[in-house]
Design a protein around this ligand. Structure first.
Ligand SMILES: Cc1cc2nc3c(=O)[nH]c(=O)nc-3n(C[C@H](O)[C@H](O)[C@H](O)COP(=O)(O)O)c2cc1C
Length: 197
């Protein structure tokens, strides 16, 4: 299924190829691919090079109990489709600067950049990441004894996309709906607030 973004301007192929599937093949992904995706996150930029991101990775074929535990932290809607993805990841960020203990107000921003780099790297490999806000952060904290200073911010699936026909009708429709974005000029301003570029 081709979900390539119909961009107004040319972008790197992997950026156009990235999308958020809900149908996944259950097959495990090669460990080398997983490490390559995570490595892309590792090299993201961050304020003061703090690298505040911390990712908990569960592979159904390697850590089945942890995988089931993380799946159970997702809201029921997300559990319904994420159940087939071979890898689940919990993105967290350290809330304070290492050594200083002062708040790091860019930590969530930086962690989003790391996740975005991972998603693009995954797309370049024919895999896809689907990020999720729909999970219970307190349940994840309790299930994995996540320390106070680390804040769970998003869950994500990683794997090879499967056919839309594997989903129920409503989800299959969403899986194949045209991809859309706000117009360029609503998002990017030229020199003055609200003046579309
Ligand atoms: C931080 C974040 C949270 C999201 N939460 C959910 C979620 O809980 N459930 C879901 O099905 N999709 C979720 N999404 C996926 C978005 O709906 C999706 O990225 C958006 O519709 C754009 O589609 P695309 O990623 O295929 O371009 C989330 C995406 C992000 C970045």
């Amino acid at each position: 299924m081709d979900r390539t973004a119909p961009t107004d301007h040319p972008v790197l192929p992997a950026i156009a190829a990235r999308w958020s599937p809900r149908s996944y093949l259950e097959e495990a992904i090669p460990d080398a691919d997983l490490r390559r995706v995570l490595e892309a996150g590792r090299w993201a930029a961050s304020a003061y090079n703090e690298q505040p991101w911390l990712y908990l990775v569960t592979r159904r074929h390697v850590e089945p109990e942890a995988h089931a535990k993380l799946l159970a932290c997702l809201v029921p809607f997300n559990q319904g489709w994420a159940v087939r993805a071979p890898v689940l990841i919990l993105a967290c960020y350290r809330q304070t600067m290492a050594g200083k203990g002062t708040p790091n107000r860019w930590a969530a921003y930086d962690t989003g950049q790391a996740s975005s780099a991972m998603a693009i790297e995954a797309a370049a490999l024919g895999l896809q990441i689907h990020q999720m806000a729909g999970f219970d952060a307190a349940a994840a904290r309790a299930a994995f004894a996540i320390p106070e200073d680390a804040e769970p911010i998003a869950a994500m699936t990683l794997g090879k996309p499967g056919p839309a026909s594997a989903l129920d009708e409503a989800l299959a429709q969403r899986e194949t709906a045209p991809r859309a974005r706000k117009p360029f000029g609503e998002l990017f301003f030229a020199g003055a607030w609200g003046k579309g570029l």
